[in-house]
Design a protein around this ligand. Sequence first.
Ligand code: C6P
Length: 405
Amino acid sequence: MSDLIHTLRADFPALAQQVNGKPLVYLDNGATTHKPQAVIDAISQFYAQDNSNVHRGAHTLSDRATQAFEQARETVRDFLNAGSTKEIIWTRGTTEAINLVAHSFGAQLQAGDQILISAMEHHANIVPWQMLCERSGAELKVIPVTERGELDMPAFDELLTDKVKLVGVVHVSNALGTINPIEDIIAKAHAVGAKVLIDGAQSVAHWDIDVRALDADFFAFSGHKLFGPTGIGVLYGKQALLEAMPPYQTGGEMIEHVSFSSTRFNGLPFKFESGTPNIAGAIGLAAAIRYLNQLDRDALLQHEYALLARLRERASDMPELRLIGDAEHKASIFGFVLNGAHPADVGTLLDQQGIAVRTGHHCAMPIMEQFGVPGSVRASFSFYNTLDEVDALFTGLEKAKLFLL
Ligand code: C6P
């Protein structure tokens, strides 16, 4: 396996650099992943050769750009196993995808309705629903999280009544690493007539998603956490739901006919895509997916679990280290505090050793508060990380301890 990982690392030029005089150990993949050369090439080829606006021009370059852009949508459809490209809406990322649903699907909500999210959500899956509740009079309910950082499923069962119109839940928590039982959640929510939005920002990079097998109503993710560019993301929505939803933002591209007396909207997916889209971003994201499709993703996931096992083993030998989130089902996202040390100081000392982690509240303040910490240190891994890098993290932490504890 380690030979394969070293071969794959060569596909990611940013990994092969020194930072602060040390080889880069990049453990901030939850924030954004690095990009393989194939993605960088696809974006630069678009700008070097095909650059043009889409769906507009009567010329060859525009045709090429449109073809590549719509082919990218088909690549995403296939990746998610969605039934139609009409169900694939380009957004700027997970945040915009959730806001779209909150504004558009949410337009039908009224006083007496409830939205159910969990205590481990990223702010992107909290604040849009709070705003919707203010606008509509609907009520926001929260599924509690246990001490280990797992969803309290008996509490979920109790909270799930026919008042709930939408359940919004994160697939993998960016702060805790917990993998949530979304199949169960979706089935139970459907049984009371609620729709389900899955925040897939942190899951897509680790394993394949099949939105039809999941029966998810909405699934959101960001390209930049999936080895693609920033500024592009996807909202998957079931066609019948999207057809019934009003447009989110308005302007060019999302219309069929405009006069000063009335406007007819375009069909799916364009109804939700106003203005010139991120064409290069979509093409770059499709290149990332094509790159992933030629890999054995199951084998890479097993490698990530081996990294996690080593992390857990090393952590058990460091009594000052307190895990923030120790779910049974966990992705390779490792949040912790060193008792007595501020997470930001730990992060700085690791950076001096070339080790990139994220520190802070990870845009998930409510769950940090529940764990009684203002923030944590988070090492988030990808398939291109190695067991040696896990060991480098712990060597770095031993050094940090000498300064801080
Ligand atoms: N989490 C992290 O370091 P955007 O910013 O739209 O691409 O993704 C927002 C988002 C939504 N949900 C989850 C679970 C996320 O992890 C993120 C982004 C990054 O954890 C940046 S805060």
